[in-house]
Each structure stands twice: as structure tokens, then as C-alpha cells.
Design a protein around this ligand. Sequence first.
Ligand code: TRP
Ligand code: ZN
Length: 509
Amino acid sequence: MRRFLVVFLVLTACTSTVSTTTAPEQTTSGSIADSVPEQLTTTTALIGIEASNGIGDDFYPGLGNSGYDVEHVTLDLAFDPLGPRISGVATFEAVATDDLASWSVDLSTVFASEVLVDGEPALFEQTSGELRVIANQPIPEGADFRMAVTYGGQPIPFTSAGAPFATGFHESEDGWYALSEPDGASSWFPSNDHPLDKSTYTVSVTVPNPLVAVSSGRLEGVESDRDFSTFVWEVEQPVASYLLAFAVGDFEREDSDVVDGITIRNYFDSDLTARERQIFASQGAMIQYFSTVFGDYPFDVYGALVLETSDVGTALETQTISTFGRQVLFLGDSVVAHELAHQWFGDSVSITQWRDIWINEGFATYAQWLWSEHDSGITNRDLEIVQAYEVMSGAIFVRNDTNANAAATIAAEQFPPPGLVNSDDLFNTSVYLRGGLTLHALRLELGDEAFFELLRTYAGELAYGNSSTEIFVAYAEEAAGRDLTDFFQGWLYDEQMPPIPELGLEPLR
Ligand code: TRP
Ligand code: ZN
């Protein structure tokens, strides 16, 4: 997936220490080639490539990076409310996927001050969201290497290319948090910021007492002295960078029962009322039910992280602990079921290209309806499905002064087919509602037995990896035992949504 590649010659057997450039406050000038120290002397030469600063996402070409695969990341961070807010070291254990002379890392709003590659200081420069690192000597394809980035600063939210909202690092009432989908992770730590390069993590966060630091995975331990506490979180299954949970605040941990061997622990902002906490009591029953329809829950812990902030009117399916803004809790079970279902669809089975976002959001939305069916019956489920169809078709826009044709036009303008979502409007309502309707229509097409078998096979075989629309369609065709080209064409790509005769639903024109 490399785009271009000017061959770049780097010489081995360099004995002198290569000096590093200093952390730029803004864009640095001068090309990397200009900054290669002259004292490099030669014996043998291995030719390495300048790896592309994008992993190959066709919506966001600068996102992620190629040339290497990250296997484990250790974030060792300290938060100081008085000084620079974040300082620390991110250490990548990675494998070169090419002979590598230089490569990029996504990093914005905070700045690198030192980069070590296999323990040796390396040259680097940081410009517009990319940290470019030059190896002292090329890293051969297939070799493991370790890169440690010392960085710091005052992280700020990041204007997403994918949607009109800020992603990444934010300040809350009494601390900080990160919600990074799709492209905000680089606002607070160096990453290969794309779901194609998932890795395990160790997240160690030191905060002033009595603040609490929360991340994904299992809490390995907490060490405290008089002034500070260090929380160490171990993420044992690979996680996409945007799904790494992160919050520092005034949290109370509440554990509930262990369900099917899964420990459920919640971190509630201490101001949360008992009623607000009660909303999460159904998580155990939901895990049990979703395990029957999607297959085993893919991780060993789950829970909710609930923030007090006026900035998040939504929730994000951060891995093993979904993050909720307090204002979204009025949605009750539907948002709780939605974020939980993403653990199978989005987190464990991730997409390969952001343009396939309908898979994540369609499944999470369909899971809300499945939970309604399970918890309150088919009639209630069908009410939700009919309502979603009427939003998508435009039927709900029909009023005295808006006829069916005009209403259909409004809907068509607002809601592109879910497979044709725009790159600057990734979370269009269509990927949720028409994505969910696509799955219900598929269930009607296949019958319950084949449909749920498909979900379990798909989630099981692709667990901890990546999928795509093509892959999902191939699994569906295998389950159906027939070609489904026309079915998916209609639901994912045609402007006009197909009918659902079983529910008496059809397009307005
Ligand atoms: N994936 C989220 C959901 O469950 C929506 C979302 C996308 C989001 N980007 C976000 C939420 C950034 C919070 C912050 O539907
Ligand atoms: Zn979602």
C-alpha cells in the first residue's frame, strides 16, 4: 500500500551518534534528506524505502502509516494539572514490513522531543500531524524494532476529517478524556492511527491524587505515594488506536456480577446519581443474550465509563469499557446495547477502510432492535424498525405542506445509501438506520437460523481482525447458499431503498 517510493540510501556502520532535531512548535522546514548528518560514513549499504505516511485508506489517505506493523505499545504518561498537561514516552514494538529507511507515525497537537530506535537516538521531524522518523540504519524487512517517542505538551481536540466534530483529547469537569473515532488518537499519543494496525497496549498513567485514570483492559495495579498515583492498564487483545479508552477524573469504580466469566466493572463520575448508574445494570443480561446471537463476548472484561462533561452528547465503543457522556443516558437501554454490540462489531471485528463504517454502525443499531425483541417483544422491535424505515424513506417528513415526492427528495438529499457515505460525513444517520435495516432485511431473506449462524461464524472467524463489505457479503452468500449481489446493491448502494414487504414498508416513490 505504499504510494511512491523514492529509494533512499542510508549507510550502515555509522559510529557517531546522530543528533536529533528539536521538537518543532510548528511545521519544520527543510527536507529530511537535508538533515542527514554529514559525518555518516560508509561500509556496506542496505537500501531502505521511505514508507508512505498513509496506510492506504481511500477516504483519509494520510491516516495510519505503512512500512511497519505495531505489535505492542507501552504508554507511560504523567498528567500535571499545573505544568504541561501531558508528558511521557510511547514505546512501540513493531515489525518492519519492508526494508525501512524512514517511516511516519501519526502525532498531532503534542510534540516529540526525542525518538529512540532500538535504543539509539534517531532523526525525526514533526509536521502537520506526522512524525517522520529516520533510522540510523535501514531496518530489514521482517525485523523487529523498538521505537520510543518522548513527547508532551497540552493536547487539544482535533478537527476530524470524518465528521463535523472534534475528536481526540478533551477536558472534562475534573480531568481529561479522549474520544477518538475516526482520526483523533494522534491528538494525545503517537500511533499508527488506523484500524488496520491494531496492537496490544500497556497504559500507565500517573495523576495527582485523588484523580483516577481509566483505560481499556484490566487494571494491573495502582501505586500511590502522598501526591500521585500510577494506574497501569493491560490491554491483552489487539485494539485499534481510536478505541483505546482514556479518562482521568473523579471516578468511582463499581463492580457488578461476573457474567459468563466476564467481569463487569463501571467507572462512574462521582456526581452520577443512583438512577443514572442503574441504566448500566442490564449490561450483564445483554452480554448473556448477545453471546447467544453473536457468539462469545470477545474480551474478558466489560463496563461503562461515564463522564461528566457538556462536550459529549454521545457515546463511543472504547474497547472493553465503552465511554458515555452523561447527557446520552436518557436513551437508556438502546445506547447501552449499541455500545456493547460494537465490542463484537467494530472492536473485535474492525473495518479495513473507513468507507465501510456502515458495518460497525449497522450492526450496533441492529443490536438495539435485537435487544428490544429479546427484552420487550417482536411488536416493539417492529415499531423501531418501521420508524427507522420511515426516517430513511422520508415518510416522516410528509406533512400538510410536504407531499410524498418532496419528502422523498429531502430524505435522499440527507441520507446517502450507507455504502456510499461521504468522507466528511462518516456518521450520517443512514449508516446507522439503513445499515440496521439492511441487516433486518438480510435476516428476512435468510431466515433466522441461517442469519444467526452467519453472525456467529462471521464474528468468530474474524475475531480480533479486520473485515470489509466484500468479506461480509461473501460470508452472507455462503450462509444463504446463493448470490446476493442484487440484495446488497439495493440496500447499500441504490438511492432508492428496497421495500420490506413483511412489514408493509415501501419507498415513497
Ligand atoms: N461510534 C460512535 C457510536 O457509537 C459514534 C462516534 C463517532 C463518536 N465518532 C465519535 C462518539 C467521537 C464520540 C466521539 O455511534
Ligand atoms: Zn455506534
